[in-house]
Design a protein around this ligand. Structure first.
Ligand SMILES: [Zn+2]
Ligand SMILES: [Zn+2]
Length: 378
């Protein structure tokens, strides 16, 4: 049975040449093996090619319109080699065939190229992020090969022009395909597109112009940095192929959790426990801040959950001047064990305040007596 070539391209039977071209170009973008690695796409692309070959050719299209298949064996005049089994045309070549090659010759690519950026994680404690530090770091990156200074050639030797491509870095081939004559240029495989070859590679870097090594650096961390911030060290990243300019190194700050303080922006928070009596009577505490000790007054009658604010005792602002605040959250501790004398005094105290305190019994306890009261047994 004849294949539905119109259906494969998704065009109607009266589609113009332009419609067919447009449909093919669109599907090639979607299914060409160069852009779509899916094996099913590969099969589909073969069909798309066959459909375009048939429908873009007036003679073959006529056979289709008469119910035949010009690509089937003995399918009629014009059938022959090519079609789905024809020369494989690269995606870029198809695009070039439709739009013309972009920018003409691409020329040899340079051996020396810029290097990549590198990133390094640096763990710091809160006092270090707050006040800044000069931190030693070990950096593993590619650095310039000192044997060849990046050239990649053994000492006393030089690059040679590639004979396969004559130094152009690319080779051109002309294919006759169903799209017509397609000129395609590909990077020269002998020189990988450089246009030059290294007859004698540098023994240290094997021609790469760079070697991997570990360096020690000191990075200056400014006061007030936060978790997740990155410090950029210009050109301390990877040296590029052929000794190309190094990329940048980013040092990413990770702040370790602190035992006492939790940080919210530039403010710090901590918890301090005070006895019930101190909260009631008021007291003076000594609060340790990140860099000092401060006397702090707790007012008489302080409630659990109260917060004291120590201005400018938090983290210094990274930009501008000043510091965040330190918030001291007060936990009021109720005594857990009273001896007989303390209990007597506390009950006495409660009585003087008119606060009736029901007494727990050895047997049932306070709640069972409450229940009895509700049930009328009291
Ligand atoms: Zn070298
Ligand atoms: Zn070459």
């Amino acid at each position: 049975m004849a294949k539905d070539y119109y259906g494969i391209l998704g065009v109607s039977r009266d589609a113009s040449d332009d419609d067919i071209k447009r449909a093919y170009r669109k599907l090639a973008r979607q299914y060409h093996p160069d852009v779509n690695p899916d094996p099913e796409a590969h099969e589909k692309f073969k069909d798309i090619n066959a459909a375009y070959e048939v429908l873009s050719d007036d003679q073959k299209r006529q056979i289709v319109d008469l119910g035949g298949d010009p690509l089937a064996p003995g399918g009629g005049p014009g059938a022959g080699p090519g079609g789905a089994g024809g020369p494989f045309v690269g995606f870029q070549d198809i695009m070039d065939a439709f739009f013309g090659a972009a920018g003409g010759s691409r020329g040899p690519r340079p051996r020396t190229r810029p290097g990549a950026d590198a990133i390094l994680r640096l763990e710091l404690d809160l006092p270090e992020t707050a006040f800044g530090v000069e931190a030693p770091i070990a950096v593993d990156t590619a650095v310039l090969c000192t044997t060849c200074s990046g050239a990649g050639t053994a000492p006393g030797t030089h690059l040679a022009t590639c004979e396969a491509c004559g130094g152009r870095g690319e080779v051109q081939s002309v294919q006759r395909t169903f799209l017509g004559q397609v000129v395609s240029s590909r990077p020269c495989t002998v020189c990988q597109g450089y246009g030059t070859v290294i007859p004698h590679a540098c023994p240290t870097c094997a021609g790469d112009g760079r070697v991997r090594t570990r360096r020690s650096l000191t990075v200056k961390i400014p006061a007030g940095v936060e978790d997740g911030m990155r410090i950029r060290l210009a050109q301390q990243g990877e040296v590029g192929p052929g000794g190309g300019t190094a990329g940048d190194l980013y040092v990413e700050i990770h702040e370790r959790p602190h035992d006492v303080y939790s940080r919210k922006g530039d403010d710090l928070h901590c918890r301090v426990t005070v006895p019930m009596t101190a909260a009631a009577l008021g007291t003076r505490l000594t609060i340790k801040t990140l860099d000092s000790e401060e006397p702090v007054d707790v007012k008489p009658g302080t409630q659990p959950g109260s917060t004291l604010r120590l201005r400018a005792r938090g983290v210094p602002h990274l930009r501008g001047t000043g510091r965040g605040d330190l918030y001291v959250h007060l936990d009021v501790r109720t005594p857990t064990k009273l001896d007989a004398e303390q209990e007597r005094m506390l009950r006495e105290f409660a009585k003087t305040r008119g606060e009736e305190v029901a007494e727990l019994t050895k047997q049932g306890g306070f709640f069972s007596r409450m229940r009895d009261a509700f049930n009328g047994h009291a």
